[in-house]
Design a binder for this molecule. Structure first.
Ligand code: GAL
Length: 720
């Protein structure tokens, strides 16, 4: 870029530049004494060739909590940057994510690499004590690339090649595209891998769009060959005699996304996950080879999004991060909180919120704003669930481009929007509370088990259109969180020994390895609770012949005799009564039976369709010091809360904090000898919370034994 501004020079060398903002805001002019201009131009000539590392001014210590913004310097003249960075600095923004859509600026034509602008952006940010996360730009290949190498463009399910003009138009499996992706990532890593102001890397952006062309098909067939070894094995495990699907050559295996054989569907998803992993590794390897180990490598995932298995893709990363958007409406602390806990479970440690909405988005049916105070409440809810960073997408909209109406922190005129002051408050609070939260993370006595295989399997054959696996998970998560005040969400094959209670709401697919792990957990004294549809399917998405819960049926001393979809028409729900009160089963009801004399019935169905009348709806069995429970009914919130209380009691789970009014969320974090509790009041009315002991209220700086929280009020409390 040859428009290197005098402003940047002035900031490097401590000169004073006076900004005259005009109504366009972005086009800042610099008024400098005329005589200074040649002197600065001379400095510029010296400054421009400096290597990126030398230009970067080392910022001070890393903040334990990072407030950030997605910044797109390539969309603005450099003369504007200092004004933006000044406003960011004033809001306590401590990192910007830069570069993830800037390929056409980094390499405007093939082989012509332009890094000076990025050198300057990183150095300018450093001057304002702002670190940088660099995004590799591969989610938006430049037009010269896709025009010259059309084979790099993805092919949609309808067989049509994508065109230029949108993003994510690349074929994730195409070898040529991978060559280009690796090259640009490697060049970035070589240039910035030891830049002290670059703290980490984001590879690509929100992996999401697979390709369905002949190359992808070929790679999928090879994947099937590698995975199943022989066609006989594949044909048997997929039961391809059904509908004459038997394959006699690997190349006959099609790609199916929705209505294919269940074994084929699941294999395709596993292939998709492995391919995103190798797509990522292609860049990750060259970054790792050239970057300082202190620079983390992540990618921004999408919460509940199930396009690929996030456990597969996360395993090579240093840090999990996700883009947390509410879209329309307001924050649901449980559904959103569970998505945080899910993300924390990918690498089983703290994570980053790499993007979140500054008030509102541009893509929901109605892009309603979060209320005044809600953005702050959400930021603390994020931190409470184990995030160490919250980044707003985006700092400022480009004056043109697809996302002109999205929420920002600065308006089209370059001055703050009303939300800016709330974000500034968050920044000041992060700075204040950061040292207290440093080294702390979330520790839970309760784990919920989650697997993508199970969610896919349910979604492909819901049996009841209302059987949403996420809603099912949250129906367990919410009461368990209310009771225990902290829950982990992990995959079923991890070491579970740290948990007093493990709950599998709808683990429809149970592999042999998972079954072994769960059986060992119970035999070692844990309490395992299985929810509806658990253990129905094996690793090929085929039915376990034991019926649910498949390989756990013997341990349970019981099973599901039959499952029934329940309509939501009035009068069709099924009454259920017993230990957890009187409720109804909606959406789904499983008729259970016991096969062992020591398996107890906890809940029974009342009179309904005849089949279920009087039959067990929930059963439990003690096995040595351990216990296994099966819940076959989809119960309402009140009964689920009673069930969660019972689960906690029988497992020795205690609340992390203590009693709080309904609608006040508690988020415990601990570590480094500290115990910290974040409290957020989601009620409209103020709530007073009696603390279990006198605690230091970090934001107010006082010691308190009770705190009163207004609507969206926040307290950060350190136990003494
Ligand atoms: C994210 C994406 C961003 C931006 C944002 C708008 O999914 O990563 O680039 O498009 O949505 O909400």
């Amino acid at each position: 870029m040859n428009t290197v501004s005098l402003i940047r020079i002035s900031s490097y060398y401590g000169c004073i530049a006076k900004f005259n903002s005009n109504p366009a805001g972005d086009r800042m002019t610099v008024s400098l004494p005329k005589l200074l201009v040649p002197a600065l131009a001379a400095l510029l000539a010296v400054a421009a060739p400096l290597p990126a590392n030398a230009q970067a001014q080392q910022p001070e210590a890393h903040p334990p909590l990072y407030l950030g913004a997605a910044w797109y310097p390539e969309q603005w003249p450099e003369s504007r940057w200092d004004a933006d960075l000044t406003l960011m600095e004033q809001a306590h923004i401590r990192f910007v994510r830069v570069g993830e859509f800037a390929w056409s600026t980094m390499e405007p034509t093939e082989g012509d690499y332009q890094w000076e602008w990025l050198d300057h952006a990183i150095a300018d940010a450093a001057h304002h004590h702002i670190y940088v996360v660099l995004g590799t730009p591969t989610a938006a290949p430049p037009a010269w690339l896709t025009t010259k190498y059309p084979e790099t463009l993805r092919i949609g399910e309808d067989g049509r090649r994508d065109q230029h003009g949108n993003r994510q138009q690349f074929d994730w499996a195409n070898p040529k595209y991978r060559e280009f992706a690796r090259d640009i990532a490697e060049r970035m890593a070589k240039r910035y891998g030891h830049n002290p102001n670059v703290i980490g890397w984001q590879i690509d952006n929100e992996y999401a769009r697979e390709s369905y062309g002949p190359e992808d098909q070929k790679q999928f067939d090879e994947w099937c060959h590698q995975h199943y070894k022989t066609l006989d094995n594949l044909n048997t495990r997929w039961t391809t005699a059904y509908w004459s699907q038997t394959y006699t050559d690997w190349s006959q295996i099609p790609i199916e996304e929705k209505y294919g054989n269940p074994g084929l569907l699941l294999s395709w998803k596993h292939f998709v996950s492995d391919t995103w992993r190798s797509y990522q590794k292609n860049q990750l390897d060259v970054i790792r080879a050239n970057a300082d180990p202190s620079q983390f490598i992540t990618t921004n995932m999408m919460g509940w999004f199930d396009g690929y298995d996030h456990y597969t893709v996360s395993q090579d990363l240093d840090l999990a991060s996700w883009d947390d958007y509410v879209g329309e409406g307001h924050l649901d602390p449980y559904r959103n909180g569970a998505a945080h806990d899910l993300t924390r479970g990918f690498l089983r440690k703290n994570f980053w919120v790499m993007e979140t909405q500054p008030g509102f988005v541009n893509w929901a049916p109605v892009n309603t704003p979060l209320d005044k105070g809600e953005v702050r409440a959400m930021a603390w809810h994020d931190i409470g669930h184990g995030a160490d960073a919250v980044e707003y997408w985006q700092w400022r909209s480009a004056l043109n481009g697809q996302e002109e109406l999205h929420g920002t922190l600065v308006g089209a005129d370059g001055t703050p929007v009303p939300l800016y002051s709330e974000v500034k408050q968050i920044g000041a609070e992060f700075a204040k509370a950061g040292p207290v939260l440093a080294g702390t993370s979330v520790h839970s006595e309760v784990a919920i088990l989650h697997s993508y295989d199970s969610r896919w399997a349910i979604n492909w054959q819901r049996h009841n259109k209302n059987f949403d696996p996420i809603t099912q998970i949250v129906s367990y998560y919410k009461p368990l969180r209310q009771v225990a005040q902290s829950v982990d969400i992990v995959q079923p094959t991890v070491d579970l020994s740290q948990y007093k209670l493990v709950v599998a709401p709808g683990l429809e697919v149970i592999t042999e390895a998972a079954a072994k792990n769960l059986i060992a957990y119970v035999q070692n004294g844990g309490h395992l609770v299985l929810g509806q549809r658990t253990g129905m399917k094996n690793e090929d998405n085929g039915l376990w012949p034991q019926r649910e819960p498949g390989p756990l049926a013997d341990l349970l001393g019981g099973r599901v005799d039959q499952f029934y979809a329940i309509d939501d028409k009035p009068g069709d729900t099924v009454p259920v009564t017993g230990l957890w009160g009187a409720t109804t089963s909606k959406i789904w009801a499983e008729q259970l039976s016991t096969s062992s004399p020591d398996t107890q019935v906890l809940m029974r169905y009342g009179k309904s369709n005849g089949w279920l009348d009087g039959q067990p709806a929930a059963i439990t069995r003690k096995v040595g010091k351990g216990q296994i429970t099966y819940i076959g009914a989809w119960m309402d919130d009140a009964a689920m809360l009673n069930a969660a209380r019972w689960m906690a009691k029988t497992s020795g789970v205690t609340p992390a904090f203590g009693p709080v009014p309904d609608g006040v969320d508690v988020y415990p974090r601990e570590g480094n000898g500290k115990k910290v509790f974040i409290l957020v009041n989601f009620n409209k009315a103020p709530q007073t919370v009696k603390l279990p002991s006198t605690m230091h209220a970090v934001l107010s700086g006082k010691d308190e034994s009770t705190v009163t929280l207004n609507h969206y009020g926040v307290a950060v409390l350190q136990a003494k």
